[in-house]
Structure formats: C-alpha cells, structure tokens
Ligand binder design. Structure first.
Ligand code: PFF
Length: 459
C-alpha cells in the first residue's frame, strides 16, 4: 500500500519552512563579508539583479518539481527523466559537502554564545585580543569539534522527530525569534556614534571595486542564500500542500531572505565603521570584529549573546534543511526507516565536519589545490556545485521538462499567474542558461584566453 506523503500544516508553514532553510549563516555571516570585500552597495545591486533574473525562476522551478513529483531529489529527477537523474545525485551530494564546513561555523556560534552568556566575552576588549580568542579557539583540536558535534546532534534530533513535529514546529518558533533579535540589534547598531558611515558604505555603490569575480560571487551567494541549485527546495516542496500558492511562496521567501541579509548588514557595517575597522575583514568579520564592538557598548554580554543566539538559530534551520535532503533520499530510495537513515548520515557528517574543523587549526598545512579542506568545501559548493546545479536545473526545466508541469504548478491548475508562468519559462529557457554560462566562462578565464588568441592571430 502506498502511504500518503506528509504535508505541512498551516498556511504560513510553507513560507516559514522554506525561509528557515534560506535564512542562515549565508545571510548573517557570509553576505556582509562578501559585500564588504566587493564594494558594499555595488555588490548589493548586482546581488538583487541575480536574485531577480536567476533566483526567482530557479526557486519557482524547484518548488514546481518538488510538489509535482512529491519525492526526494533523486526520485524527483528520475521520475521526470531517467537521463537527468544525475542532477538528483548532484542535488544530494551538494548538501553533504556544504554541511562539512557549515557545521564547523555553526559550532563556532555555539562556543561564542557560551563565552558571551558566561560573561567571558568582556575580557576581550581590543581587536587584537579578539583575534587571539578566535585563533586560540579555532586552532585548538578539541573544543571546536565538541561544539560542532553538539550542533550536529541537535540537528539530528529535530530530523528524527519528523517533518511536522520537528522541521515545521522548529521553524515556526525559531524564525520569528530570529527576526525580533535581528531588529533589536539593527536599531542598536545604527544608533552607535559614527554608525551612519556604515549605512552609507552599504547603500552607496562603489563601482570601482567591481570586477568579473564580483558577478560570480553575487551569483554564488544568491544560490547559496536561497538554498537553490541543490535538492533542498525540491525536498521541502514535496511536503507542500496541493493548494499552496507557489508564486506567492517564492516571492515571500525571496523577500524575507533578502531582507534578513540587508538587515544583518545594517547590524554589522555601522558597528564596524563606528569602531574604525575595515569592512573588508573577510570571513572573520563576525567572529573577530563584532565582539570587540560589543565591548564598547553597555551590557556587552547581552548584545553578544543576542547576536550569537541569532546566528545559531539561523544556522540551525538551515542545517536541518540540508540534512533533510539526504535523509529523505536515503530513507526513500534505500527503503530504510527515517531514524536509521538519519543515523547513517549523521555518522558520516561527524567524520567530515571533524576533519574540516581540524583543517582550520592543527591541520591547516594540509592543503588541496592550495586550500584547506574547510575552504575547499565552501568554495566547491558556492562557486561550482550550486551554479552548475542551477544551470542544469534551468536547462532541464526550460528545454526538456514537460511544459505542462511548470504551468500546472505555477497556476495551480487555474488561469491565475499565467503571466508569471510565461515570464519564468522564458527566463529559464534563455536568460538563466546564457547568464550562468557567460559568468562561468568569464571567471574560468575563457574570454581573456579568446582575446589573447585573437590578438596573436592579428600579429
Ligand atoms: N541558505 C543557507 C544560508 O544562507 O545560510 C545555506 C543553505 C541551506 C544552502 C540549505 C543550501 C541549502 F540547501
């Protein structure tokens, strides 16, 4: 007997669960530092451009695939086309690679939360002291792994609790909490002396910092931030109700996700400028610069705890969604109970994340392609796996998938949203493949190679 697939309950659930996946370290940790390195406001503009032309159609296409097939990512692609099953495997492999480094950073947020709650953070007033704190912590072989393990276990428990009781319930509680904490922090940060400089930096575009890499970064960031180009949104949409409005859900998820990234930047940049720190500090922006800034405020432990709680919560709703992609695949395709599937995956993730954690500290001399395992996992996903996943999804849904599926899912079998369907079909068919390919080739140095050949032929 075929059992009915679980579906999410309330009206808001689809948006909250999908936004829970989308809003994560990518918005609060990754977005501000990448924007900082790429000219602030100019990056924001290019990012919004990527979200509208690439993010919107691909997210809507993935929702459509998920709800139409009501299967895990591999099963979904296989049932649509045997030839494209490989895309399903890419969609399950990517979460695994992402979680390798994501769990490490998530573990750091726990350590910082504990140090903040116990008041220890007040001992680290100067930036140098904070750098010391971060390095001592990240380099120590045991502590970061313990926190990473705790994070993995929390994720595991929620996954085992199931789609309704675990995933849906946690998103309903954690997402509002996140928005409240973020709003309070933004108000505090903007009103710091000199904070408006940070706002200017973020909202006034400086195009002199824009290079070809800025476009790849913006594209990679938009895919990472929206959790697209892999199996996450397909898996989640397989639990959506038949009458969920996919167009509205897509718009709401995108608006929430972008709003959180912008709000997080209005927490971080004013604080950074107020303390006279360069906004290009990179990946350490959140962990090294922010604590010293909290120490210039009253009740530093409180602000610091609020911030790292926020970061931890955002990370948790995302690790849950990444774990779910693999769990759904293993339990459905290998005919295993959810519990057993989750256990196997968690075991493998513990090994990978521990190795990634060590590669930041004592193992940092072991490199592959000049990168530590941690950096390699991060750049492999954001720069390669997700954009390739997105490119193939666009080509598949734009050119090969039965058109009626997309139309049926976007319009819910009615005549509304026909305009959205037509626009998305064109974007998927022409705009996304062309843009994604051009940006890729550009970054691989293809065009400069062509120019060189052309120049040498002329001589
Ligand atoms: N979107 C998450 C973030 O911005 O942190 C990361 C992520 C979650 C990427 C789930 C991909 C995914 F499937």
């Amino acid at each position: 007997m075929k059992r009915d697939r679980v579906t999410l309950g309330g009206k808001l659930s689809a948006v909250l669960v999908a936004a829970g996946s989308a809003v994560g370290l990518g918005n609060i940790w990754r977005f501000p530092y990448i924007a900082g390195e790429n000219g602030g406001g100019a990056f924001l503009l290019i990012y919004i451009f990527c979200i509208m032309l690439l993010g919107f159609p691909v997210l809507l296409a993935e929702f459509s695939i998920g709800r139409h097939t009501r299967k895990n990512a591999v099963g979904a692609y296989r049932s649509l086309s045997k030839r494209w099953t490989f895309l399903g495997y890419n969609a399950v492999l990517s979460p695994f690679v992402i979680l390798g480094s994501y769990f490490v950073v998530a573990g750091w947020t726990l350590e910082y939360l504990v140090v903040s709650l116990t008041g220890g953070i007040t001992n680290y007033v100067s930036s140098a002291a904070n750098e010391q704190l971060f390095n001592d912590f990240a380099i120590s072989p045991v502590r970061p792994i313990i926190y990473t393990l705790i994070f993995i276990v929390i994720t595991h428990i929620i996954i085992v609790m199931g789609v309704r009781k675990g995933i849906e319930r946690s998103a309903k509680f954690l997402m509002p909490l996140l928005l409240v904490v973020l709003a309070v922090l933004a108000v505090r940060s903007v009103t710091l002396p000199g904070g408006t400089e940070g706002i200017k930096f973020f909202f006034k575009p400086d195009f002199s910092k824009v290079t070809a890499a800025t476009f790849l970064n913006a594209m990679g960031q938009s895919f990472f931030s929206l959790s697209i180009g892999l199996g996450c949104m397909i898996t989640y949409a397989s639990y959506f109700k038949r009458d969920t409005n996919l167009t509205a859900t897509t718009s709401n998820v995108i608006i929430l996700d972008t709003f959180v990234a912008i709000l997080a930047s209005t927490v971080i940049f004013p604080a950074v400028f107020s303390a006279g720190i360069a906004p290009e500090a990179g990946a350490s922006l959140v962990f090294i610069t922010l604590p010293s800034i909290f120490n210039t405020m009253q009740l530093p432990w409180l602000w610091s705890s609020a911030f790292f709680l926020l970061l931890g919560v955002a990370a948790l709703t995302s690790t849950i969604s990444l774990h779910e992609v693999i769990t759904a695949y293993v339990s459905e395709e290998w005919h295993m109970s959810r519990k057993k599937a989750a256990r196997i995956i968690t075991g493998l993730l513990i090994v990978l994340a521990s190795a990634a954690s060590l590669s930041v500290g004592i193992g940092r001399d072991y490199t592959l392609f000049g990168m530590t395992l941690f950096d390699l996992l991060d750049s492999l996903t954001a720069d390669i796996l997700l954009p390739i996943g997105g490119l193939c999804t666009a080509i598949f849904t734009g050119w090969f998938m039965d058109r009626r599926i997309l139309r049926e899912q976007i319009t819910n079998g009615q005549s509304r949203h026909l305009f959205v369907y037509r626009t998305v079909a064109i974007l998927l068919k022409y705009v996304c493949p062309v843009l994604l390919t051009v940006i890729f080739l550009y970054n691989l140095g293809f065009f400069s190679l062509l120019t060189n050949i052309f120049v040498s032929l002329q001589h």
